[in-house]
Design a protein around this ligand. Structure first.
Ligand SMILES: NC(=O)c1ccc[n+]([C@@H]2O[C@H](COP(=O)([O-])OP(=O)(O)OC[C@H]3O[C@@H](n4cnc5c(N)ncnc54)[C@H](OP(=O)(O)O)[C@@H]3O)[C@@H](O)[C@H]2O)c1
Length: 327
């Protein structure tokens, strides 16, 4: 089958290690489900893999694609919950399993004709959700849901700031927080991206680093060094900053005096549990929210899609059709 494979790693030139090539088709085995992929989506995680960040060289080659949706050998339409692990090792929460992994970290991903995943990762796809929409949910929407509702304990009426509004996690967080009854502020670097943030649910939008009309209860920050100081300054005393990523660097000044004096909570978040993921899908259905798809690309354009992600030139999600989909 055709697949998009990480065959080498380079910090400076990550796409040099990306190869669209023939690989062996996975065979069904007990405890695992084979899915014929209908759509997959692109995530910065794949670029970290290609850069060699958080992905050891001995796990190369690896088929990329942390997110996907398709049809099982039994004929069921499904979406992948891409967190692999044992909830029992995590005290009942798979994201706390010290050995948990995302799809593509230990197991081949969904940028291929077929993907083989543990049965526990297979979630029924409702009919109202297209394969393309479903393929965007596993990483960014699942993560945004857990960040807001489990880790930051968002409540209706809270004020929320979302940094990096046009990104996958950022735009999902805006829509979810708005639908949950929060007042949502968002920052983005260009006017076009700020307009996008308004379209997906932000009440007010600002340039990165701008002073807000009032302080907020929760900040969603996936950007890291470029926004961290502004995030801390924007919080109410007692507020919470929740982070799941550090696109611009992971070593901002800690500003401990601000954290203790304002009694701020700094909370990390990664992925989602299966029950959070299922609740997310019910929430999208109940609230009428649909994922924000920038474009659906043919499989042969995976490379240019990743380049757009690197360039920061995406609003919401880039989806890729299966390699054997008609053009
Ligand atoms: N831990 C987890 O489970 C998990 C899950 C998903 C993602 N992540 C991580 O979270 C991060 C975001 O993921 P994503 O899928 O949302 O990525 P994305 O779609 O590429 O979005 C990245 C965002 O970062 C912002 N940004 C980039 N450079 C910036 C700068 N110099 N100044 C201000 N803003 C800047 C952009 O904001 P603009 O709107 O201004 O362009 C963009 O919206 C990545 O590092 C990813 O690896 C972690």
């Amino acid at each position: 089958m055709r697949a998009a494979v990480a065959v080498a790693q380079s910090m400076e030139d990550p796409l040099a290690g990306l190869s669209l090539e023939e690989v062996a088709t996975p065979q069904a085995q007990p405890g695992w489900t084979r899915i014929r992929v209908r759509a997959a989506s692109l995530n910065p995680h794949d670029i970290w893999t290609l850069r060699g960040v958080g992905h050891p060289a001995e796990r190369i080659p690896m088929v990329l694609g942390c997110d996907g949706a398709g049809v099982t050998d039994a004929g069921d339409d499904v979406v992948i919950h891409p967190v692999l692990g044992d909830p029992n090792r995590g005290g009942g929460d798979v994201t706390f399993d010290p050995r948990r992994a995302l799809l593509t970290e230990t197991v081949n991903g969904a940028l291929a004709e077929y993907v083989l995943v543990p049965d526990s990762c297979v979630v029924p796809k409702p009919e109202w959700l297209s394969f393309e929409d479903a393929a965007t949910l596993g990483i960014v929407w699942g993560t945004a849901y857990r960040m807001l509702f489990t880790r930051a304990r968002l409540r209706a009426g809270d004020r929320v700031l979302v940094q990096g509004a046009s990104g996958g996690v950022g735009s999902a967080a805006i829509s979810l927080a708005r639908a949950a009854g929060a007042r949502v502020f968002a920052t983005a670097r260009t006017q076009a991206k700020r307009d996008f943030a308004l379209a997906v649910g932000a009440h007010e939008v600002f340039e990165s680093g701008a002073r807000l009309p009032e302080r907020v209860d929760v900040v969603v920050d996936t950007v890291g060094e470029a926004t961290w100081g502004h995030s801390l300054r924007s919080l109410q005393p007692g507020g919470t900053i929740v982070t799941c990523g550090a696109t611009t660097g992971n070593m901002p000044p800690a500003e401990l005096n601000r954290i203790f004096f304002q009694q701020l909570s700094v909370v990390g978040s990664t992925g989602s549990t299966r029950s959070e993921f299922e609740a997310l899908i019910r929430f999208l259905g109940a609230a009428g929210i649909r994922p924000h798809i920038d474009s659906v690309l043919p499989f042969d354009e995976v490379r240019s899609g990743f380049q757009r992600l690197i360039d920061g030139d995406v609003r919401g999600k880039l989806v890729v059709s299966a390699p054997d989909a008609p053009r």
